[in-house]
Design a protein around this ligand. Structure first.
Ligand SMILES: *[C@@H]1O[C@H](CO)[C@@H](O)[C@H](O)[C@H]1NC(C)=O
Ligand SMILES: *[C@@H]1O[C@H](CO)[C@@H](O)[C@H](O)[C@H]1NC(C)=O
Ligand SMILES: *[C@@H]1O[C@H](CO)[C@@H](O)[C@H](O)[C@H]1NC(C)=O
Ligand SMILES: *[C@@H]1O[C@H](CO)[C@@H](O)[C@H](O)[C@H]1NC(C)=O
Ligand SMILES: *[C@@H]1O[C@H](CO)[C@@H](O)[C@H](O)[C@H]1NC(C)=O
Ligand SMILES: *[C@@H]1O[C@H](CO)[C@@H](O)[C@H](O)[C@H]1NC(C)=O
Ligand SMILES: *[C@@H]1O[C@H](CO)[C@@H](O)[C@H](O)[C@H]1NC(C)=O
Ligand SMILES: *[C@@H]1O[C@H](CO)[C@@H](O)[C@H](O)[C@H]1NC(C)=O
Ligand SMILES: *[C@@H]1O[C@H](CO)[C@@H](O)[C@H](O)[C@H]1NC(C)=O
Ligand SMILES: *[C@@H]1O[C@H](CO)[C@@H](O)[C@H](O)[C@H]1NC(C)=O
Length: 496
């Protein structure tokens, strides 16, 4: 039978941060850490000069407070406080935020504010606030600017995630293939199997996207050296590099393949980090192509060949059709399908990845945030019209195990008066509790996370507990619980 499917594309708003800024928990906000010590007034002027409604940072709630505190870890190696955008001078003697955020959340340390006259607020390394002399003290600071909003839409094959850059030059799909010690050639071959190549990177914004896309994982890019010339496997010209300072330019050694280095490193590139190492996420190093270098690579990032081709999924008999389309136009597609019930076009919002299985047909997103609580996670998912992920069979669990590879991430399971419930209200019919937690103890650990790392508890000699669940303390307090650094959101695809 012949079926005509007509669909138009949904526009999604995407916040894009200027170079040098970090995207906030709210993607419409961008933050810049300035490590040069300045007076409060100089800091305020510098932030305002950044454009895009630039302002010294305000703290409306605990979530923003812990986000800002986390971003400042490297600064706190050297300075014990940084300026916040609150003062009593410009507000007639009472505390107020420069950007007019209501001053109803506070996190003063004990005995603070110590004076209410002519004072400016700072944050210490514990996240607590202090009142300080605005003029005679010089401290680093955090600027906040609005993200530029671009609208983007796109359709990717299952397993691929859509990204468009602000100028719209890049509109592409990306997939992360996790495989420990994969060689560069194996990685490129796996991508080619998908009509893709290892990813090429055209600019800082795309690099930042890949940094968060492959967060915590060293992953091959399609960049390799042939007779001392660096080239991309997909043939695009070399317009951008992000070499880490110590390999810029890469030495004349036999490390001829490049990976994005998304893990903790001992090398600091112009950052002030005394006594510690730096998180130099997003930098590249040249590495041993057979993955026998000192930094091991555990993944490949694939990108389809054509710059503007999204693979459109027509899921009949498991066959997938790849179609080019013009982003700004509705698209008409004519296909022959054996069964209309099997005909769906699934479209995940930007940042979400599609997965379908026997009981599953959903879009998933991983949000990285150290020490995020269960409730914060659910709230962030709800901002996207999603919930924390519910899991209904082994297939879905196995997918999420690789999706959230090597991170411990909240799923939507919580206990209410000894009954386990999913936040998306789906029935609790499947579980994968780690053996010694089955059933979970009757304690106050009432929220569940998927446990994607090595663990000593689950067997006499320890074992890899990837994919198993544990019940945990919802507030993610590291003194009592396992450190959770991510949340998995799940929502239905847009079906046309
Ligand atoms: C602060 O006030 C705003 C509006 O006035 C409100 O939306 C917000 O929930 C308040 N925050 C807290 C922590 O009370
Ligand atoms: C400063 O003002 C706050 C309320 O804004 C008040 O709670 C605090 O006691 C005041 N501190 C001093 C030292 O006056
Ligand atoms: C930071 O250091 C200064 C100077 O040593 C000290 O007065 C201040 O109390 C410290 N702040 C915090 C939050 O420890
Ligand atoms: C900047 O963001 C704030 C909210 O953070 C919003 O109220 C304001 O309209 C934005 N300004 C522009 C120019 O987008
Ligand atoms: C490597 O470079 C040589 C010439 O310098 C060229 O002939 C060859 O095609 C290149 N190989 C690849 C894989 O790019
Ligand atoms: C990259 O550089 C080439 C020439 O070196 C140029 O033709 C091309 O437009 C550039 N591409 C981008 C995306 O800037
Ligand atoms: C990308 O798109 C441009 C304009 O549509 C086209 O000229 C170019 O060949 C495309 N590049 C690739 C790698 O498909
Ligand atoms: C839908 O496709 C699957 C294979 O992808 C097949 O097993 C199933 O029988 C099909 N459903 C119908 C109703 O034909
Ligand atoms: C989490 O949210 C639920 C429902 O809104 C609330 O009952 C509970 O007290 C919250 N827990 C924490 C630790 O904030
Ligand atoms: C939690 O349990 C209580 C009593 O067992 C019930 O009244 C309440 O509706 C439950 N809450 C949720 C969110 O299911």
């Amino acid at each position: 039978m012949r079926l005509l499917i007509i669909f138009s594309l949904i526009n999604i708003s995407v916040g894009i941060c200027p170079s040098g800024f970090i995207q906030g928990v709210d993607p419409r906000e961008c933050y810049k850490i300035v490590t040069k010590a300045s007076t409060w007034f100089a800091a305020r002027a510098d932030c305002e000069s950044q454009g895009n409604q630039g302002v010294l940072v305000s703290i409306p709630n605990a979530l923003r407070n812990s986000f800002v505190q986390d971003q400042l870890q490297a600064v706190f190696y050297k300075f014990n406080e940084t300026w916040l955008g609150a003062d009593t001078i410009l507000n007639g003697g009472t505390w107020g935020w420069l950007d007019s955020t209501p001053f109803n959340y506070t996190n003063w340390d004990q005995g603070q504010p110590s004076s209410n006259t002519s004072m400016c607020a700072t944050m210490g390394s514990s996240g607590k606030w202090y009142s300080r002399d605005c003029i005679h003290q010089s401290l680093p600071y955090v600027c906040k600017v609005n993200a530029s909003i671009s609208t983007a839409s796109g359709i990717c094959s299952p397993g691929y995630t859509y990204y468009a850059n602000p100028s719209g030059v890049i509109k592409s799909c990306y997939k992360l293939i996790l495989q420990n010690l994969i060689s560069f050639d194996q990685a490129e071959a796996l991508c080619q199997h998908d009509d893709a190549h290892l990813a090429s990177v055209q600019g800082d914004d795309e690099n930042k996207f890949l940094q968060s896309f492959a967060f915590g994982i060293n992953a091959w890019l399609g960049f390799y050296r042939n007779n001392s010339v660096w080239a991309w496997t997909d043939g695009t010209s070399v317009n951008f590099t992000s070499w880490r300072c110590d390999v810029n330019p890469p030495g004349q050694d036999n490390h001829n393949c490049a990976n994005i280095l998304n893990t903790h490193a001992q090398v600091c590139c112009g950052f002030e980090c005394e006594g510690g190492s730096c998180d130099l996420y997003g930098y590249w190093i040249n590495n041993n192509c057979n993955n026998q270098g000192s930094e091991s690579v555990a993944a490949a990032i694939c990108q389809p060949t054509s710059n503007d081709t999204m693979s459109l999924t027509i899921g009949a008999n498991g066959k997938w059709y790849s179609r080019s389309y013009d982003m700004s136009l509705p698209y008409m597609c004519e296909v022959t399908l054996p069964n209309p019930q099997n005909t769906t076009v699934n479209h995940c919002s930007q940042g979400y990845t599609y997965f379908s299985g026997d009981t599953t047909n959903s879009c998933y997103k991983l949000i990285f945030q150290p020490l995020i609580t269960f409730n914060q996670s659910e709230a962030l998912c709800q901002q996207d019209g999603a919930h924390l992920a519910s899991i209904h069979d082994e297939e879905e669990n196995t997918f999420l195990q690789s999706f959230a590879y090597n991170v411990k991430a909240w799923i939507g399971l919580y206990r209410n008066n000894s009954v386990w419930l999913w936040t998306d209200n789906t029935p609790f019919t499947y579980n994968n509790w780690r053996s010694e937690q089955n059933p979970p103890h009757a304690d106050n650990a009432n929220c569940a996370n998927i446990y994607n790392s090595y663990e000593y508890l689950c067997g006499p000699n320890g074992c890899a507990c990837y994919g198993s669940w544990i019940h945990n303390y919802c507030d993610n307090d590291v003194t009592t619980s396992d450190y959770i650094s991510a949340a998995i959101c799940k929502k239905a695809p847009n079906v046309f």
